[in-house]
Write a protein that binds this ligand. Structure first.
Ligand code: MG
Ligand code: ZN
Length: 359
């Protein structure tokens, strides 16, 4: 009798595990890839503390770590880090969608487009900055913003939200890429309200001429609203979608050695993570992957209070550090993100999950 009961409990717990992780299908139809730039374990825990003891990341069971070294440096930058995720190739710091021999490599977003998936790029940084750029551009140096902007027109990405408008409409070559985008049937919106009103079709919302302002200085809910709008529109595509959503300024808080800056950006990013998990929980065909390219600042937590949200933090560098950073995965196919692996393996796992072919 005892044996039968315990077997029953084992069977039940397997069933619950499966339900809890939405493993109703082995392959997901969609991927939401969220990158917290500079988001190491300290940034996450500082955000959790500031958020009074909880973050949406706690809903996730499948957790791993990635090794993020670049080919030319133990400490990666965002260009080599994002290129590893977007192309599966290790490269040198500064490379955008290029391998270490400066050969352009097909990106996950491009492969998804080729297969008929709808795609999007959303960031709280300049959209031509390294992280989003590595998913759609191929340039030898991350500082080539005008060239990177031009690469955006080569792929039929459906949704683009970020700063960096000047690389589109105040260019050295005098071209206005916003006009070229309009000719390609993109809606160009200029306010959050306009974006929120879009009912269908593809659009660009370049909400700052250069770097967007901080959340603490009034950026508003652009990241959360763009996350919700992209999930609403991209999910109408029958073949599925791939979207990369970046919390780009957690890194800038680290570079400034400003704990409050990094934390408020982390808490802002958390809202998009929650929205992505809510979507995936309902949809059951969406894999959500959340990670960072690297840690920034060597942030250490020296004290805090979960009830008041106070955090006492210190930094050891104005740059990035070489430590492993966590990977969180939720939904169908999320089991394979457990363990410790190279940052390039995240590309391999996502490509396999969407059954994308390199050709
Ligand atoms: Mg970035
Ligand atoms: Zn950085």
């Amino acid at each position: 009798m005892k044996k039968i009961v315990s077997l029953g409990i084992i069977a039940l717990s397997f069933a619950f595990t499966a339900l809890g992780q939405n493993t109703s299908k082995i392959f997901p139809k969609n991927i939401i890839f969220l990158i917290g730039d500079g988001m190491g374990v300290s940034q996450i825990y500082a955000g959790l503390t500031a958020n009074k003891g909880h973050l949406a990341l706690e809903r996730i069971r499948h957790i791993g770590f990635h090794k993020n070294q670049a080919t030319d440096n133990y400490v990666t930058d965002s260009a080599a880090g994002a290129t590893a995720f977007s192309t599966g190739k290790k490269t040198y710091n500064g490379a955008i969608g290029m391998d270490a021999t400066k050969t352009p490599q097909a990106t996950l977003l491009e492969l998804a487009e080729k297969k008929g998936l709808a795609t999007g790029l959303v960031s709280t940084a300049d959209i031509t900055d390294a992280t989003p750029a590595a998913f759609i551009a191929h340039q030898i140096k991350r500082s080539m913003h005008d060239e990177i902007a031009k690469d955006f027109l080569k792929t039929d990405v459906e949704i683009v939200v970020g700063g960096g408008r000047k690389s589109f409409d105040q260019r050295k070559d005098g071209q206005n890429l916003l006009d070229s985008l309009k000719a390609k049937k993109y809606q160009i919106v200029e306010t959050i309200a306009e974006m929120n009103q879009i009912k269908q079709g593809k659009f660009y919302y370049l909400y700052a001429p250069g770097d967007p302002i901080k959340f603490s200085e009034g950026r508003g809910e652009v990241l959360l609203d763009a996350t919700k709008k992209s999930l609403e529109l991209l999910s109408r595509n029958k073949k599925g979608f791939f979207v990369m959503i970046e919390g780009g300024q957690i890194d800038w808080g680290g570079h400034a050695n400003d704990a409050n800056y990094a934390i408020t950006e982390m808490v802002d990013f958390n809202k998009s993570i929650a929205a992505a998990l809510d979507f995936a929980e309902k949809d059951k065909e969406t894999l959500v992957v959340i990670t960072a390219d690297h840690e920034t600042g060597g942030m250490a937590l020296l004290g805090g209070d979960m009830t008041t949200g106070e955090v006492k933090a210190s930094f050891i560098t104005k740059g990035h550090t070489g430590q492993m950073v966590p990977v969180f995965a939720f939904g169908p196919g999320s089991e394979v993100f457990q363990g410790i692996y190279q940052n390039t393996a995240i590309f391999d796992k996502m490509k396999a999950a969407l059954r994308l072919s390199q050709k």
